[in-house]
Design a binder for this molecule. Structure first.
Ligand code: MG
Ligand code: ZN
Length: 136
């Protein structure tokens, strides 16, 4: 999966040359078609897409179990970075992002809205862009 910044504030181009989907039993299904989908999404659309794809399952599950799953994906990302497995790292970034959107859906939080509120132009602490915070 590659994500290209188009230079706009909140649009990303998401291109999936191949897509691996994991079911509950963790079995990978690899679709080797040329391109599953491509297009330009804003965060709101992407959040809706994740809801359409996984919401029916994720919302039946206990929120805290889903949160634990999200943390597990963060752990998988951590390991991919630690062992320097670049291909796996890309996949785990996608997993973490998908779970983050799913958790936000369950909590009725619009990630685009809250993200833009906090990070749209300047650092929310020092008011500069680039950030000039001394302590962090
Ligand atoms: Mg993963
Ligand atoms: Zn700052």
């Amino acid at each position: 999966m590659s994500i290209k910044n188009l230079g706009t504030t909140n649009s990303i181009l998401v291109v999936l040359p191949s897509l691996s989907v994991y079911c509950e039993c963790n079995t990978p299904f690899l679709f080797k078609t040329k391109k599953i989908f491509s297009g330009v999404f804003n965060m709101k659309e992407f959040q809706k897409k994740i809801d359409n794809m996984f919401g029916h399952r994720d919302k039946k599950r206990d929120f805290h179990k889903n949160f634990a799953w999200f943390v597990e994906e963060v752990g998988e990302l951590s390991k991919a970075i630690r062992i320097d497995n670049r291909e796996n790292e890309k996949e785990e970034f996608a997993d973490v992002l998908a779970w983050l959107f799913s958790l936000a859906n369950a909590r009725n939080i619009d990630l685009e809205e809250v993200f833009l509120q906090k990070y749209h132009k300047f650092c929310s602490k020092c008011g500069n862009n680039p950030c000039k915070c001394i302590k962090y």
